[in-house]
Design a protein around this ligand. Structure first.
Ligand code: ADP
Length: 261
C-alpha cells in the first residue's frame, strides 16, 4: 500500500532503511497522485466539447425538419467542437511522443534565427489580423545542435501565445543573443500579462490563468508544458517575467555546447 510510513529513529541500518523507504513511499504516492490528476484532467478536457456536441445534436433532433438555417448553425457549432477535440488530442499525442522520445532527439546543426523566421512567417497573418506588430530587435546569428521540429514547436507555442494573449494593436519583440554558453531567445509582448500567483504554475499541464478566456481563444493549457518539456530535453531552460496589463517576457536558454550527431 502506498502512503505507508515506517518511522524508526536512529542512525543504524534500520533507521537509514526506514528513511529511504519513507522517501520512496512519498515519491511514489506523489507520482500516483500526478497520474490520477492527469487522467482526471484529460477526461474533463475531452468531456467538455463532447457535452456541447451532445447538447447541440439533441436540440437538432428536436427541431422541425424544415428549419434548415438552424441546422446549418448548429452543425457549424458541432464542427468547431470537433476541431477543438482534435486540437486537444494532437497536443496529448505530442506530449506522449515527448515522454517516449527522451533519448531520441534528432539533433541537427541549425541557425536558431532560421527557426524564428519560420515561426514568425507562419504567425504573421494571424498577428496582422489583430494589427499586432512583430519586431525583431536583436538578431545575433547563432548556430546550435537542436531537434529542429521540436524547437520549432516550442517556439511556436510561445510566440503564438504572445499573439493570443495580446490585445489588438499590441507589439511583440523578439531578441536573439549569446549569453555565456547559452543562446538566449526572448519573446516580449505588450499583452494581458500573468498574475504573480499564477506564475509558478504556468508551465504545468492543463494550467490556464483564465480558463474561460483561454477556451474561447482555443487553448488547451498544454502548449507551455510542451515547450518546457522540449526545452528541458535540450538541457535548456525557460523562464517568464510578467506584469498584469503590461505584458510578458518568455526567456528561452539553449546550451550552445551540446554536440550530438
Ligand atoms: P493555452 O493553450 O491555454 O494557451 P498554454 O500552456 O500555452 O495554454 O499557456 C497556459 C496559460 O498561460 C494560458 O492559458 C494563459 O492564461 C497564460 N499565458 C501563456 N502565455 C501568455 C502570454 N504571452 N501572456 C499572457 N498570458 C499567457
Amino acid at each position: 500500500k502506498l502512503n505507508e510510513r515506517v518511522d524508526i529513529d536512529g542512525n543504524d541500518e534500520i533507521g537509514q532503511l526506514s528513511r529511504a523507504y519513507n522517501f520512496m513511499s512519498t515519491k511514489l504516492s506523489h507520482i500516483e497522485k500526478q497520474r490520477k490528476d492527469f487522467v482526471a484532467n484529460v477526461s474533463h478536457e475531452l468531456k467538455t466539447p463532447l457535452s456541447s456536441m451532445k447538447l447541440l445534436a439533441e436540440s437538432l433532433i428536436m427541431q422541425p425538419s424544415n428549419n434548415i438555417s438552424i441546422y446549418h448553425e448548429f452543425l457549424e457549432d458541432i464542427d468547431s467542437e470537433i476541431d477543438r477535440l482534435n486540437e486537444i488530442i494532437e497536443s496529448l499525442l505530442s506530449m506522449v511522443d515527448l515522454d517516449e522520445e527522451k533519448l531520441n532527439l534528432n539533433y541537427k546543426l541549425t541557425y536558431v534565427n532560421y527557426l524564428i523566421e519560420k515561426v514568425v512567417n507562419n504567425i504573421r497573418p494571424l498577428a496582422e489580423k489583430k494589427n499586432i506588430k512583430i519586431i525583431i530587435s536583436q538578431w545575433e546569428k547563432i548556430q546550435i545542435f537542436i531537434d529542429q521540429g521540436k524547437i520549432y514547436q516550442a517556439l511556436m507555442n510561445i510566440i503564438y501565445n504572445a499573439v493570443k494573449y495580446t490585445d489588438d494593436g499590441g507589439k511583440i519583440t523578439i531578441n536573439i543573443e549569446k549569453e555565456g554558453r547559452y543562446a538566449v531567445i526572448k519573446v516580449t509582448d505588450t499583452g494581458y500579462g500573468i498574475p504573480k500567483e499564477s506564475l509558478p504554475y504556468i508551465f504545468d499541464r492543463f494550467y490556464r490563468v483564465d480558463s474561460a478566456r483561454s477556451r474561447k481563444t482555443g487553448g488547451t493549457g498544454l502548449g507551455l508544458s510542451i515547450s518546457h518539456q522540449i526545452i528541458s530535453l535540450h538541457q535548456g531552460t525557460i523562464e517568464v517575467e510578467s506584469e498584469v496589463k503590461k505584458g510578458s517576457t518568455f526567456i528561452v536558454r539553449l546550451p550552445m555546447d551540446v554536440n550530438k550527431h
